[in-house]
Write a protein that binds this ligand. Structure first.
Ligand code: HEC
Ligand code: HEC
Ligand code: HEC
Ligand code: HEC
Length: 193
């Protein structure tokens, strides 16, 4: 009789221990799932870390400092050079005759750059949940390349424009096609005199 009690006690003990450890495994799984869900919600960035340093570009492009698109991306360490590349020779050319390394000739095709980080399925979801906004998003038609009203990613998400031009390059070939009359360095000397 006594030995039967011991057997029952041992059995109950084993059952209890295995129940507790299973619960732990379930809790761990749940934790892992919720972490990976959270990670999936954020756009992937190949550039984790502190805010980007755009100061090299802002020396000449000061008007882009508070601009909507550059500001939201700067915080995620996506600086000018992620989209426009390093632009070394553009930066050091005091006459500003050398174009930046990457320009965008076709604003419809800009979406392919955006999609390297932003998930198109999530963008289409955004259309469904935000259809009642005053200016609702139109991601599905922009992504399909079928949007009719001529608005593309940059039209709704940026004020990323120069108010007037002193230089214009052919965006495909990089060839200078317009230059205002006086080279910038000369103008500066004249102003100083
Ligand atoms: C190198 C990766 C990368 C590229 C390329 C990129 N983005 Fe982003 N974008 C991000 C990250 C990272 C964030 C910050 C998101 C966050 O913190 O949740 C962001 C934020 C945004 C936001 C703001 C979301 C918010 O609620 O604040 C918009 C809008 C946006 N991007 C649009 C664009 C557009 C339009 C393009 C193409 C011109 C583009 N992005 C290209 C990585 C990128
Ligand atoms: C017709 C205007 C319009 C166009 C074109 C457009 N968007 Fe949007 N987008 C919006 C609006 C509106 C929101 C919602 C903003 C809000 O909630 O304040 C949004 C939200 C976003 C967000 C944040 C998503 C979130 O989780 O809230 C990202 C990233 C984004 N758009 C990227 C893009 C990209 C990339 C393109 C080009 C493929 C694009 N958008 C084209 C209007 C537009
Ligand atoms: C998320 C990507 C992205 C980032 C970050 C970004 N740009 Fe751009 N930039 C673009 C795209 C795309 C265009 C083309 C705009 C268009 O076709 O409407 C552009 C156009 C420009 C233009 C030409 C505007 C015009 O009127 O023709 C200048 C100048 C410029 N960017 C400077 C900068 C500077 C300086 C920074 C950093 C402070 C920066 N960009 C950061 C994507 C980016
Ligand atoms: C020495 C001054 C200087 C520096 C530094 C500089 N830029 Fe520029 N950039 C210019 C000038 C001048 C223009 C022509 C703008 C105009 O028409 O007035 C220009 C034009 C541009 C354009 C527009 C091209 C187009 O027509 O689509 C882009 C993009 C650009 N710069 C990106 C950058 C980036 C990115 C950096 C930093 C890595 C940078 N620039 C640093 C002087 C500079």
């Amino acid at each position: 009789m006594k030995s039967l009690k011991i057997v029952v006690a041992v059995f109950l003990y084993i059952a209890l221990v295995s129940l507790i450890s299973q619960n732990n495994i379930a809790a761990d799984n749940e934790k892992e799932n919720s972490v990976s869900n959270q990670e999936q919600k954020k756009p992937k960035t190949k550039y984790p870390g502190p805010p980007a340093d755009n100061s090299r570009c802002l020396v000449c492009h000061a008007n882009f400092e508070d601009e909507k698109l550059t500001d939201s991306h700067l915080k995620a360490n996506v600086g000018c050079i992620v989209c426009h590349l390093e632009c070394d020779s553009h930066c050091v050319d005091e006459d500003n005759l050398t174009p930046p390394d990457r320009m965008f000739a076709n604003k419809g095709r800009v979406r392919f750059l955006c999609l390297t980080c932003h998930n198109w399925k999530e963008l289409i979801e955004t259309d469904k949940t935000k259809a009642d906004l005053k200016d609702p998003p139109e991601h599905s038609s922009v992504l399909a390349g079928t949007n009719k009203d001529g608005k593309f990613c940059m039209d709704c998400h940026s004020e990323h424009k120069l108010s007037h031009r002193t230089r214009i390059w052919d965006k495909r070939t990089g060839k200078l096609v317009y230059k205002d009359s006086t080279p910038i360095m000369l103008k500066k000397q004249n102003e100083d005199n």
